[in-house]
Design a binder for this molecule. Sequence first.
Ligand SMILES: Cc1cc2nc3c(=O)[nH]c(=O)nc-3n(C[C@H](O)[C@H](O)[C@H](O)COP(=O)(O)OP(=O)(O)OC[C@H]3O[C@@H](n4cnc5c(N)ncnc54)[C@H](O)[C@@H]3O)c2cc1C
Length: 509
Amino acid sequence: MTHLLVVGSGVAGLTAALDADGRPGVSVTLLTKATLESSNTWFAQGGVAVVTSSDDTVGEHVADTLAAGAGLSDDEAVEVLCAEGPEAVQHLIDRGVLFDVHDGVLARGLEAAHSHERILHAGGDATGAAIAAALIDRLRDSSVVVRENTTAVDLVVEDGRVVGVTLLDGDRIDADAVVLATGGAGQLYPYTTNPAVATGDGLAMALRAGAVAADLEFYQFHPTSLAAPGNHLVSEAVRGEGAVLVDAGGRRFMVDVHPDAELAPRDVVARGIAAQMALQGGAPVRLDATALGAEFLAKRFPTIDAAVRARGFAWDRDPIPVTPAAHYFMGGVRTDLWARTSLPGLFAVGEVACNGLHGANRLASNSLLEGAVYGRRVVDAALDPAGVPDHVFDEEWAEPIVVHLPSGGVLSSRADLQQLMWDAAGLTRDGAGLSAAAAELARWSVPAATDAKSAEDANLHVVAQAVVASALARRESRGGHFRIDFPEPGDGPGVHSGVVVTAAGERRA
Ligand SMILES: Cc1cc2nc3c(=O)[nH]c(=O)nc-3n(C[C@H](O)[C@H](O)[C@H](O)COP(=O)(O)OP(=O)(O)OC[C@H]3O[C@@H](n4cnc5c(N)ncnc54)[C@H](O)[C@@H]3O)c2cc1C
């Protein structure tokens, strides 16, 4: 029995566990399914968006975030993120995170859709690893009970309250409060920048337990990942420095798609590449960075340069194959501003959660900040509920749709599921394709969760069905959700969606 059980060791889970550990008389357990370092957080490159200089304001960070969210971001959730961001980042620094410094002050970078230079970075383009490593060091010195290589399989619900989790080995951990910090679900797709652990486990567990999820139709696809195992991210900054996208014949195709060509908005470039790939029978397009020269590429992009060369590409000499890839899940387990879910005893923070902050599209570098800010708030809500406002869910969010999970059928492979999701619920969707995908997914079943892989497959299957149903229900295009049959945004600011699943999909023991 523990007071607080944190599932996941990214920035959100580490922050929550360390904050809780500081409270007198509180026992904290953190479990993570691989090593502590295995997380999306570890791979984050660009940095943390936060206001740290007098020429920038919280109001402008709020405005930029709302603009990126395409009318769907929750005002209050954004306000909390941006206003509490500076203190949360100071907390990271106090815990040993060494952000890069220039002339004695924190170095600040500029990223797309930010009106100010406000992106803090560490180790150049290794920000996530620097944050995670520092927090993991602190964790090892803390009294948090840490269990690596321990997979949570399901939530235990008694009398309508979450009271613990079951583990793959059949064990159970009881807790007064369970915090899901399990990250995203990039493994829903064959191409993703996310590591192997991103299989939507926490979201699937919450859905199976009866929690409400929200905005699952919104997935952000990064336009350029290396079309090689691991889909290493090739940052926009490479195109910003002058690299161009070419088709199989060496022709710059983006000039026909948008006046800004390769530097058009992220979703436009991603769809442009996907359309070109379809014309080429699925073959990746090429990013031509040869004009930048070997010395510049190595100095300006050390992490990318190393990754590209490790996979056998000499990108100073030859264009490299690139493909869009699933990058960030805007949707997740629905929470309020204190990370409380619709189930008593269950909390969710970071990429697994959806408090409406990112709306239909995430502003670059806001997600590490989200983990740092809401990873602190969740501790107050879980351990000192009397000290935070009452639990409220905004009534303007849509009534959840219900997805009936199948109880049997033919087996599918993960690769089949990923391809189906890419084709029907990827960068572009339409009603016919989504309906066919829903029917196909309902025919499939996955084997009982006997090992880590089959547990993940079961989770991906649940999440895929919820994503497809949500995408089918949203008959408009907005942010990360593009419907060919409804290419325009609907009237007004848009409404957050909701989804629940029926108990038919209860975990097979
Ligand atoms: C290549 C890349 C670059 C990025 N760059 C940036 C950037 O520059 N700035 C930015 O703000 N964001 C960036 N992001 C996004 C950002 O990294 C993530 O959104 C954020 O780190 C998520 O943090 P998290 O703590 O919610 O989840 P994660 O960091 O993903 O951690 C989830 C944890 O849960 C564990 N887990 C999952 N399932 C289970 C289970 N069943 N049982 C036990 N443990 C489980 C995982 O092993 C992992 O430890 C990037 C993402 C990628 C992939």
